[in-house]
Ligand binder design. Structure first.
Ligand code: G6P
Length: 617
């Protein structure tokens, strides 16, 4: 949430910063700004709106200088105004700072600074931090030096509570850029005689694939050809330069009009990559080496808690059904935001699995930390390599889905769901699941990428369906058993990007409330594959039709004829094992949301008020 890009080198900083911000726009996009150091002077530009507005602001009169920091904002403290946009300056206007995260005690610090004569130009917590660092810098006094600025920063960070990923510049020190993190990600890009700071490597991957992922409490002093990482205490910190897995091509839209559409089409590859090297025919099981658990540890598991937010939570729900079916283990799914404050009984036989594409979602991270605090073994399913969750968990499974830029998650949902099925298979084969059943599942998993490719052909049909129901006042999504989580996910996709009111429910809940809403203007999407509960779903469709509610049915080849008789629109997907159906049935729903949003003129990849990675509570 919010994006930071910093540059120090021999090229002009402003175009690099603007390009980087464009790549980070999915993290937040209500206002943006940059600061460039031109010799001894700071040139600051900020405005509300998208990065395009900032680019336009700079175009006529590009700020000159080879050192700069920049920010794209998702407002937390203070409204969306140019004054609240970052960078913020200290009291003397000599230090510029950009910040992701929340300074929780900013009101108290602000009052103290006001008493000492400081005047603030914005309502933000970030400006308080900028003043605080500047204040310490002035109090330390003496000759301007790197050590003086770092000492000031350390004192300031020692006073704040909350989270931060920051980058800052000082006019006195034009050859220096400083970064620090606690709770909000920050990565250092290492180039040839140039360095970058970013909240996400996708901002800088066009320039370098060598990166140092900073840890909490790290402070990095960056110069053109050199950098040094120290802890908040001042002690030196060892670091490792990692090679970023993906390239600039992976973060471009290619020929697609939107990232979301590209990512929907990347699902066969995402699932193939999630399965790669993880299927063992010999043992009729899955291999998940990253769990860092012995077969004995895995057999000792008595209960699983799966936690996440948004789409990741829906993948957890799909996982709950799959793991229960395959391994007969009790599984609980928890909103990470609730789990972190609940007193859920956690005995040593409980395994906590947190699921997060970004690996940075604040609530999911807090749930993980709560589990660790209570002595649980904690695992993560993440897409972003070296993300905080990936690093803080005892082990886990990487998705390898490649960068997902569209705010509405698509390919990472299918990837997470597949990984949870693999987990169910692995745990099942250590318990009740037979070799024959294991092999049957392995074969179905191997066939999945091709079946997804076939399912993608429903895209054009879903565009027609979206057009047909464009004037509706909302949409209901229903599913049973394995497809109940898909009803939730279909509704979430629709809400997120088309702003249409949408609700997902277990089909049978129809009669317990929302049937009162059904009329000719409220279509229902019913997921009704040819499975053990098909007849039950059919009954629910009849009930909706009896109240003149239009029905869009998603079925499988075997259920087509029966659905044609009752539903207004029938979309057929290929047949697979029941446990794997959600991975296919979600695809028409992704397309439905996408085409509805496009037809309504919504900004598909950057829906209003949302951000890809929610790094504040
Ligand atoms: C935000 C995004 C969602 C995402 C959720 C969890 O709300 O808009 O698309 O599902 O965060 O993100 P995570 O990175 O933890 O999977």
């Amino acid at each position: 949430m919010c994006g930071i890009v910093g540059y120090i080198g021999s090229a002009e900083a402003a175009p690099i910063l603007i390009d980087g911000l464009r790549r980070l726009e999915y993290r937040g996009y209500d206002s943006a700004g940059l600061a460039v150091l031109d010799g001894g002077a700071l040139d600051i530009r900020k405005c509300t709106g998208r990065i395009a507005n900032l680019a336009a602001l700079c175009e006529a009169d590009m700020p000159l200088g080879q050192t700069g920091i920049s920010h794209t904002r998702w407002a937390t403290h203070g409204g969306v105004t140019a004054a609240n946009a970052h960078p913020h300056l200290d009291a003397n206007g000599r230090l510029a700072l950009v910040h992701n995260g929340v300074i929780e005690n900013y009101q108290q610090l602000r009052s103290t600074l006001i008493e000492a004569g400081h005047a603030f130009l914005s309502e933000t917590d970030t400006e308080v931090l900028a003043h605080l660092v500047g204040d310490h810098y002035d109090r330390i006094g003496g000759t301007p030096s790197r050590e003086r600025l770092l000492a000031a920063l350390r004192r300031a960070l020692g006073q704040v509570s909350g989270t931060y990923g920051i980058a800052l510049l000082h006019q006195d020190l034009p050859e220096l850029m400083v970064g620090a993190r606690r709770g909000s990600p920050l990565v250092l890009g290492v180039g040839k005689n140039e360095h970058f700071l970013a909240s996400d490597v996708s901002a800088i991957v066009t320039h370098t694939q060598d990166a140092v992922y900073l840890n909490d409490y790290d402070i990095v002093a960056v110069e053109r050809g050199h950098f040094e990482i120290t802890a908040l205490t001042g002690k030196g910190v060892l670091h490792e330069i990692s090679r970023v897995e993906f390239t600039a091509g992976d973060v471009s839209k290619g020929d697609y009009p939107h990232y979301m559409l590209k990512e929907i089409h990347e699902q066969p590859d995402a699932v193939r990559d999630a399965l790669r090297g993880r299927l063992s025919h010999e043992e009729a099981s899955a291999k998940l080496g990253g769990l860092n658990m012995t077969p004995g540890d895995l057999r000792d598991i008595r209960r699983l808690i799966l936690a996440g937010c948004g789409t990741a939570l829906h993948a957890a729900l799909a996982g709950e059904y799959a793991i229960e079916a395959l391994a007969h283990l009790p599984v609980e799914v928890e909103f990470a935001s609730e789990l972190r404050y609940r007193n859920v009984p956690m005995d040593p036989g409980t395994l906590l699995f947190v699921i997060s594409q970004s690996g940075e979602t604040a609530d999911t991270l807090a749930a993980l930390r709560e589990g660790r605090r209570k002595g649980l073994r904690t695992l993560g399913i993440c897409n972003n390599v070296a993300s905080t969750i990936a690093r803080e968990s005892d082990g886990g499974v990487y998705m390898h889905a490649g960068p997902e830029i569209g705010v509405a998650a698509t390919k990472t949902f299918t990837s997470q769901t597949v990984i949870l099925v693999l987990l169910g298979l692995l745990l099942g084969r250590m318990r009740h699941l037979s070799t024959t059943e294991g092999i049957r599942l392995l074969e179905a998993l191997e066939a999945l990428p091709d079946l997804i490719r076939t399912t993608l052909q429903v895209g054009d049909r879903m565009r027609e369906v979206a057009q047909k129901y464009l004037g509706c006042r909302g949409m209901m999504f229903l599913g049973r058993q394995f497809n109940y989580p898909i009803a939730l996910e279909g509704a979430l996709k629709m809400k997120e990007i088309s702003y249409l009111h949408a609700e997902g429910h277990p089909s049978a809940e129809l009669k317990h409330g929302f049937i009162a809403l059904i009329d000719k203007d409220l279509p229902s999407v019913v997921i009704a594959p040819d499975d053990a509960v098909f007849e039950k779903n059919l009954g629910n469709i009849e009930e909706i039709k009896a109240r003149k509610g239009p029905v869009i049915a998603v079925g499988t080849e075997g259920s087509g004829l029966a659905l044609e008789r009752v539903a207004d629109d029938v979309i057929l997907i290929p047949k697979t094992l029941d446990v794997l159906t959600p991975i296919l049935s979600v695809i028409p729903l992704q397309f439905l949301a996408y085409h509805t949003a496009v037809a309504l003129g919504c900004d598909v990849d950057k829906p209003r008020n949302l951000a890809k990675s929610v790094t504040v509570e």
